[in-house]
Design a protein around this ligand. Structure first.
Ligand code: PEP
Ligand code: MN
Length: 360
């Protein structure tokens, strides 16, 4: 991955004065639906029209895509609107069909990125072409699997690459369908600053109401683009209905999103500081989340203590915790005094919680 400059050219060649926008339905459903949405997006900021033709579904029995038939609809959408097109490919046969039907950009789905064998097959099928390939993060929060997929394409001389951040599965229920884990994408961006990074807020959110905020965070983190699921009648979409927005909403969002352009030294400073500040915001958010989780466990302990008539304060245990945290803090260059202050505050809050439970 030495020659990073080469990686970026495909997006520079678009000559956009705003981040790349990829929009279109989760799935191509009918020819009429594809063309309708494409036409509604024609005058938006979206340069690329997306539609899934082959849909990998976690559970069988859901709509699995219209198959090769839909490729003709994508071709027609391109002819009629001038938009570029993109679809997901998940095996060598998909690649062959997509190439035959002139799909401009191919994306690798999250359930494919987890499998080095399949990624290699797709990379082999694309060898010798100059296709642009966007690689979604794997479903599990693993940066090396994501990078490994990028490397498999790159090693096969497929140089027009980009990555799509679509969030990660968690067993635990969170407010997201797929947890963003921003830090993984930020780490990837730091390692390969010239690899275009695109956010897919739709699959992170799983619902409409937080797509705008997720998109704004991405732009503040200097992402290069957005992929947003867009449908003329979201509620009646055949897949991912809860997360799709109308083309009209998309147009409104792209008007309202703050986009920072990199021009001039002062602006560059501002951009950099904004990016770093957004990273801090993301981490602070995670801190509160973690402390909240810790309190929930403390509450459970409180209930247990109440049931067994045990005192709230257990000094021995508390001193053990402190000792361990001071040592761990040292490794991160955090002073003993700081660790003491933070953990005393957290501990006090836990005690307050538990006392409330016990006196209830
Ligand atoms: C999609 O983009 O519709 C899709 C199936 O995405 P993912 O691979 O991120 O789940
Ligand atoms: Mn989808």
């Amino acid at each position: 991955m030495e020659n990073k400059k080469e990686l970026r050219n495909w997006l520079d060649a678009f000559n956009l004065d705003h981040p790349l926008v990829i929009a279109g339905p989760c799935s191509a459903e009918t020819e009429e639906q594809v063309l309708k949405i494409a036409h509604q997006l024609k005058d938006s900021d979206a340069t690329v029209f997306r539609a899934g033709i082959w849909k990998p579904r976690t559970r069988p029995g859901n709509f699995e895509g219209v198959g090769a038939l839909g490729l003709k609809w994508l071709q027609k959408a391109k002819e009629e609107t001038g938009m570029m097109t993109t679809t997901e490919v998940a095996n060598a046969n998909h690649v062959e069909l997509a190439l035959k039907h002139d799909v401009d950009i191919l994306w690798i789905g999250a359930r494919t990125t987890v499998s080095p064998f399949i990624v290699q097959d797709i990379a082999d099928a694309l060898k010798g072409t100059d296709k642009t390939v966007l690689i979604k993060n794997p479903v599990n929060p693993d940066l090396s699997l994501w990078l490994g997929a990028v490397e498999r394409f790159y090693t096969n001389d497929i140089n027009n690459l980009g990555v799509i951040h679509r969030g990660f599965s968690t067993y635990e229920k969170t407010r997201y369908r797929n947890n963003p884990e921003w830090q993984i994408a930020i780490d990837l961006q730091n390692r390969f600053p010239d690899l275009p990074l695109i956010l897919d807020p739709s699959h992170i959110a799983g619902r409409r109401d937080i797509i705008f905020d997720l998109s704004q965070t991405a732009l503040d983190l200097n992402y290069d683009g957005l992929m947003i699921e867009t449908h003329h009648d979201p509620d009646n979409a055949w897949s991912d209905a809860a997360q799709q927005i109308t083309p009209k909403t998309l147009i409104k969002y792209t008007e309202d999103l703050r986009i920072r352009k990199e021009i001039g030294e002062a602006t560059e400073f501002k951009n950099k500081i904004n990016t770093l500040r957004t990273q801090i915001d993301v981490i602070d958010h995670q801190l509160i989340d973690m402390i909240g989780k810790r309190m929930n466990v403390a509450d459970d302990i409180g209930t247990l203590k109440k049931d067994h008539n045990v005192a709230v304060l257990q000094s021995k245990r508390w001193n053990e915790i402190l000792g361990k945290m001071i040592l761990q803090g040292e490794e991160k260059n955090l002073s003993e005094e700081f660790i003491l202050r933070v953990f005393k505050a957290i501990h006090q809050e836990s005690i307050n919680h538990q006392e409330k439970i016990i006196n209830h």
